[in-house]
Unconditional design. Structure first.
Length: 456
């Protein structure tokens, strides 16, 4: 079966890729295992030098790689360039810090010497999504390779150009052959890869459904997994918040530089009733100013969604919510049928029984719900099955840290700023948003053997 990269701007097929055969998959895994046997013994200095070179390749070819992202996903060229830069920063971060993060930890016991050391586990399979086709991969690859593991990438079927480019980056940087391999396969062949005994662990970023399937297979094989799944992040605006600041952040938090197609995008705008009119009026004005169109146009703020299914899903969620009493303040269905466009939409009078609040909306939908006070805001925020990130806007940051943050069920809470990932901070969620952590020193320790050493 051919895998296709399709340009969301015009629905045109850019390139087709032949799927690997079963025999070719097994051969790639064998190559990766052979590479691991030598890579595991490389020094941190050797790994760091190569990872620094990978960062430089990303910067040197930023324009080329950004164009691939924009062509395959539809985000603006500026957003794609920023994504490439973030990948380079992450390569540098782990090149600079991996040795410190994985240095042995001395523990005083009755032994002459006792400590924990961190050894690589082997081949790690990454099942990655299309929405941030470079960033999602590098936040796994940089720490995994610096820890001495090797990586197999099963990228989303519609971003195979990105997958090939990432494999090329590590090759140009001088990493040993088969240290990082892109597998051109569809979802149906993932189980085969997981069940191969040479594959030791799996990390997945994707939907709840995909995560459940991969975790079940890996669990049956007793293999470690990290799951970064969906999100329906709350964006709480309390009565004492700076409304202008909150509105500006709301636009960034919802769209996340990718037309709202992000697991950490703010999706539920929970606003205290005393300020909801001011907030929604200003949000409407801000959203109406956004330009939707060609992602290569520097004036464009919002590009197309990635495929027709994304458009159909958002339209259905909005229409069902309207039938239950919600109101559109601005935006909605686009008249541009050339590509997969959908105009950012602000929806008021939302209630918890509506799809725009009780489902994950993977598009530019601003669903606003009124609450009486911060206690109700916390309760509404925690009604979701997801628990990835949360945004909180208030002037009383001391109260926020002491009384609100501990009670919000999420993997992150950002106060007076939009949720974002940062290589220096742990990233991940709870509930149906998954488990395990990426990034920071926590992320690099997900795929190592924490080995106790005891000397009499």
């Amino acid at each position: 079966m051919a895998l296709q990269s399709i340009n969301p701007k015009n629905k045109q097929v850019i390139k087709e890729f032949s799927e690997l055969t079963d025999a070719e998959i097994e051969d790639k895994i064998d190559q990766a295992q052979l590479a691991f046997e030598s890579w595991r013994s490389s020094s941190f200095s050797e790994r760091s030098n190569l990872m620094k070179k990978a960062a430089q390749v990303l910067r040197d070819k930023k324009s080329e790689y950004a164009k691939i992202i924009t062509d395959e996903v539809g985000k603006t060229l500026a957003a794609s360039e920023a994504e490439v830069e973030k990948c380079a920063m992450t390569c540098d971060y782990y090149a600079d810090n991996a040795e410190k993060f994985l240095s042995k930890e001395i523990v005083e016991t009755d032994a002459t010497k006792s400590y924990a050391r961190f050894d690589p586990v082997g081949i790690v399979l990454a099942v990655m999504p299309w929405n941030f086709p470079f960033w999602q991969v590098f936040r796994f690859a940089a720490p995994a390779l610096m820890a001495g593991n090797v990586g197999l990438l099963k990228h989303a079927s519609n971003v195979q150009m990105s997958g090939e480019a990432i494999e090329e980056i590590f090759r140009i940087a001088g990493f040993p052959d088969a240290t990082f391999i892109n597998l051109s396969i569809g979802s149906a062949k993932v189980e085969q890869v997981i069940r191969n005994p040479k594959v030791k662990a799996v990390t997945l970023t994707g939907s709840e459904k995909a995560g459940a399937a991969v975790a079940a297979t890996a669990g049956n094989e007793i293999k470690k997994t990290v799951m970064e799944l969906g999100g329906s992040d709350p964006f709480i605006v309390l009565a004492d918040a700076d409304i202008d600041q909150a509105v500006a952040a709301a636009v960034t938090a919802r769209l996340q530089y990718n037309a709202g197609q992000s697991c950490i995008a703010a999706k539920r705008f929970i606003v205290e009733e005393n300020v909801i009119e001011d907030f929604t009026n200003k949000l409407k004005i801000a959203v109406e100013k956004l330009k939707v169109g060609d992602p290569y146009d520097p004036e464009t703020n919002v590009g197309p969604l990635t495929n027709q299914q994304m458009v159909d899903d958002v339209e259905k969620q909005v229409e069902e919510s309207l039938s239950l009493g919600a109101r559109i303040l601005c935006g909605g269905k686009s008249e541009n049928s050339e590509g997969y466009f959908y105009n950012p939409v602000v929806i008021a009078d939302c209630t918890l029984d509506m799809p725009v609040l009780n489902q994950e909306t993977f598009g530019p939908v601003f669903a606003v719900i009124s609450v009486k006070n911060f206690e109700e805001a916390i309760r509404v925020a925690n009604t979701s099955d997801y628990g990835l990130g949360a945004n909180l806007f208030t002037a009383d940051t001391e109260k926020a840290e002491k009384e609100i943050v501990p009670r919000i069920d999420s993997g992150a809470v950002f106060i007076n700023g939009p949720v974002k990932s940062d290589p220096r901070l742990p990233f991940g969620g709870i509930k149906k948003s998954g488990y395990g952590r990426e990034l920071s020193h926590y992320g690099i320790k997900e795929f190592v053997n924490i080995k106790t050493v005891w000397l009499k």
